[in-house]
Design a binder for this molecule. Sequence first.
Ligand code: GDP
Length: 362
Amino acid sequence: MSSSNKQAGSLNEKAGISSPEITNASAICQIKNKRRQQPSAEELVSGLLSGNRTALSRAITLIESTNPEHTEKANKIIKECLPKANKSIRIGITGVPGVGKSTFIEAFGTFLTQLGKKVAVLAVDPSSSLSHGSILGDKTRMEELVKDENAFIRPSASGETLGGVARKTRESIILCEAAGFDTIIIETVGVGQSETAVHSMVDFFLLLKISGAGDELQGIKRGIMEMADAIVINKADGDNIKKANLAKVEFNRALHLFPSKKSTWQPKVTTCSSVTKEGIPEVWETILKYFEMTHENGFFQEKRTEQNQFWMMETINEQLKSNFYNRPEIVSQLEQIKKAVQNNEISPFAAAQLLLEKYFKA
Ligand code: GDP
């Protein structure tokens, strides 16, 4: 017997624990250890396919992990889930902080689960790695939905690059769909390039707005207006109703000035209140009309195929870039060559060529 076991034995004697109890204690210990053991990829897939939200959550954690062992396991899970994915409508929701995204998703998501839908809410927020904790997909701000057994809410993955966060979200969409979620909501804040990334992973893109001081269009990036399939003016309640209706007219007028979309869909502007729930069913009606129309004219499938190809190319680009910048030959010389460019000792093109040659020769 080892000294530590002897010590434990004497402690047990002192505590009055007899040998059958020791056997029981070790059995409990074994069970606890087993619980601590991570489930296998097969176990997670079978849990996930039967709609188990814990299995889904654990599988997403593997996707988000940077540990190579986890990545391998995650890839296995995605491969198994892929044939079961795709049967959903993916809705992107964007808007500046304070516009009411969380409140809207809570109201809209609850409306959908009451219709018998299964709703997953994911978020893309590359800034969350800086702020250490995302403000998107915040469960404490979606109190009803978080308790709803037909809903699944996951805050944004953290990651250094938008590309990394977006890839993780895209893979999470596959898992959510395989777990039976038929309505996927992807939330993002209107900053940087995150709307473009979200736009390239959803079927329908919704811009949430509030009525302002009359100059509604000021400060909106043209690109976002162009991407929107619907603009929903939130907080249309109380004293705000009149202003919201005026904003609706103004947005409608502005949208008509944009060239028509490839989908031939004419973007809709509606008003709603996420507090009184007025206008929430109309948002769903709009989305259903879009779904119907783009299924009929084939655009829905065409867009998904294009998106898949886009994400394949994005993944290649990301990995090539990361491989380049992490190569020891490049790491050791990059700063020095950048300085040479700064001092006009070498042209930027010749410098790039030099580094690329080192990369390809290595
Ligand atoms: P987010 O930052 O875009 O997620 O915005 P939140 O959902 O946190 O909402 C910001 C604030 O606006 C909160 O105080 C909400 O209660 C309020 N809010 C959201 N939607 C509405 C609405 O439809 N009507 C009114 N009156 N207030 C709202």
